[in-house]
Design a protein around this ligand. Structure first.
Ligand code: GLU
Length: 307
């Protein structure tokens, strides 16, 4: 049944001619072929269903912010919220506007400024290479796959074009909201955004958010159930930048998108869905990915707003 649904969605998406625009502000991402589409669903019983280019690696970009947030909550608990807020921003992912109004404290962990603040918080007491190893190992453990790695060309491409993120970081630092050296924080941030994964790997990595913080197939307790619930609510409210309301309206599930064209979506108790198509809509979310998720929810009834 699930396999059939995914095959149908992939076939339908293959016919789409309006595929959105590949992100080009990170030059390395501009080379990605927009005619790709992959989808995978991992379920708590250990099964993974997939269709299309579901085993092709892509740059997970902002989806990695879900994993650094999880690490940070594990490490700092609720004191993390001294560093970053938990309200939707209604602004583009790289906006500096509200930062000025709110004295340099980012609105939430999923806009760039917020993710940079999360990196600063988890760096305490560690060298940049240690924290990067820790982030990567964490992702490998939750996805149960130690082949996952950074895409260094993408990381370098972001470092070469870091002006906007550097501006955000320096601005926050000027308000006393960052402790570490901005170059070190950004280096860590760009590397975690550069992690390359396939839809199948990403769907597995999201399983802990399906089952109250525990990855059922591996038995690994990633985070406690209250925090798992809270991460899901942040994904629902803030996971698609200024397209978060539209995504909640159309899909009705917690989700986090990245400018590489991936979206990780969680259907609590049911499954973890990863979808990827590199072309983005005007607010920076995968155009076909969003469409495919809307189809999937229609077919499965998996919205958190339906019974
Ligand atoms: N690394 C990207 C940036 O900082 C992440 C953006 C995204 O995926 O939304 O611009």
């Amino acid at each position: 049944m699930m396999q059939h649904i995914l095959d149908d969605i992939a076939a339908e998406m293959a016919l789409e001619t309006e595929r959105g625009k590949v992100a080009d502000y990170i030059p390395q991402l501009a080379h990605v072929d927009p005619n790709q589409f992959g989808i995978a669903v991992a379920t708590p019983d250990g099964k993974v269903y997939s269709a299309g280019d579901a085993d092709t690696l892509f740059s997970i970009q902002s989806i990695s912010k879900v994993f650094t947030l999880t690490l940070a909550l594990n490490r700092l608990g609720s004191t993390l919220w001294n560093h970053v807020g938990r309200e939707p921003s209604g602004d583009p992912f790289n906006s500096i506007t509200i930062l000025e109004y709110e004295s340099g404290k980012p609105r939430n962990p999923f806009i760039n400024a917020g993710a940079i603040a999360v990196v600063d918080a988890i760096m305490s007491g560690r060298e940049p290479t240690e924290i990067l190893d820790e982030i990567l190992q964490f992702v490998q453990v939750i996805a149960d796959d130690d082949s996952i790695g950074f895409d260094y060309r993408v990381a370098m491409s972001e470092i070469d074009h870091e002006d906007r993120n550097a501006a955000l970081a320096h601005f926050m630092k000027s308000f006393g909201h960052l402790k570490h050296d901005v170059d070190k924080i950004l280096n860590t941030y760009f590397h975690h955004c550069s992690i390359a994964m396939s839809c199948e790997q990403l769907a597995r990595a999201g399983l802990f958010l399906v089952s109250n913080g525990v990855n059922q197939p591996t038995g690994v307790k990633v985070i406690n159930s209250q925090q798992s619930r809270r991460i899901n609510s942040l994904m629902m409210m803030c996971g698609h930048y200024d397209g978060s309301g539209e995504f909640a309206y159309r899909v009705g599930l917690p989700g986090k998108s990245g400018v590489g064209g991936g979206i990780l979506t969680i259907a609590p108790g049911k499954g973890s869905i990863a979808v990827w198509s590199p072309g983005l809509n005007p607010v920076g979310n995968s155009k076909l990915g969003s469409k495919a998720l809307e189809r999937l929810v229609k077919q499965t009834g998996w919205s958190v707003f339906s019974k």
